[in-house]
Write a protein that binds this ligand. Structure first.
Ligand SMILES: [Zn+2]
Length: 291
């Protein structure tokens, strides 16, 4: 067959022709001439590299960095989320709540327990579904006010009875009423607290130590924008509602919880010759103004 004039001459042969003239490159020749052997080895290496480079091998795609992996379902953690560490609360993040209208809430957590400064836990039973900032406010309230007040009763605080947290509904469960803060995951209803000795302290029970209930009321009204209990509207006689409702500028917080005394004994206090105390104010704001 006639040689093809356009066919490229391999590099090895080119160099051999130019560097060694017409001397045949035999094994005997290489054994005698070590310098030529070294050159020949290098030429072979270059030829192998050229051949490998000529083949196109697809490289794997670079992996996305963790920051670039954020999606609408998994946005960057909020400032609240970064603050609400396991030192303060057991509160895993939840996916956004896709309720209708304003009931769609983002940055939500499941508040399972508040962690006290001594490391012990106060469980929420059942766990509460709350906006992160509401969960954070509850955690600070329990750590700094509620747990120390409960300790005064003789035993550490162990759990909080969560009566309601997220629930897409109108205020007081009335259809057509303005959306409740529960529908924004911004409210918590509490019925009672349980101590480590097993005692159950209902916040609205007049037989529970009055000073304790007063302490809880004052601290709640200092932290939350709405506090509703017995005497507020007839819907909160057996539990206390706290929320972080945003109010227009100049509108004061709503603190409406009558801390009641036990009913007088049968026959009435007057029959027993005991003078009745003056009636308690029904409501007050932070400014001391009656509502
Ligand atoms: Zn409520």
């Amino acid at each position: 067959m006639a040689p093809d004039g356009n066919r490229p001459v391999p590099l090895v042969i080119q160099v051999c022709r130019s560097g060694l003239g017409r001397t045949p490159v035999t094994p005997q020749f290489l054994r005698k001439n070590s310098r030529v052997k070294l050159i020949f080895t290098l030429i072979l290496l270059v030829a192998v590299v050229e051949s490998a480079a000529g083949q196109s091998v697809p490289l794997p795609r670079p992996r996305p960095s963790p920051a670039a992996a954020s999606t609408p379902d998994q946005p960057e953690p909020s400032a609240c989320r970064l603050r609400l560490t396991a030192q303060f609360a057991i509160a895993p993040s939840l996916p956004p709540l896709d309720g209708p209208g304003e009931c769609a809430v983002t940055d939500v957590v499941r508040l399972e327990a508040v962690v006290l400064p001594n490391g012990s836990r106060v469980a929420l039973t059942p766990p509460a579904t709350l906006r992160c900032e509401m969960a954070e406010a509850i955690a600070h309230w329990v750590r700094e006010d509620v747990a120390p007040a409960a300790q005064e009763l003789g035993a550490p605080l162990r759990s909080i009875d969560n009566y309601a947290s997220y629930h897409c509904r109108g205020r007081n469960n009335i259809v057509g009423a303005p959306l409740s803060e529960h529908g924004r995951a911004n409210a918590l209803d509490i019925r009672s607290l349980r101590l480590a000795n097993g005692k159950l302290m209902a916040l609205t029970d007049p037989h529970v130590a009055r000073d304790f209930r007063e302490d809880i009321r004052k601290s709640a009204c200092g932290r939350f924008s709405t506090v509703l209990g017995p005497g507020s509207d007839g819907y909160h006689e057996d539990h206390v509602h706290v929320d972080l409702q945003e109010r227009r500028r100049g509108r004061s917080a709503l603190c409406h919880w009558d801390v009641r005394d036990p009913e007088p004994p049968a026959g009435g206090a007057e029959a027993a010759g005991v003078p009745l105390p003056p009636p308690r104010p029904k409501a007050e704001s932070r400014m001391g103004k009656k509502l």
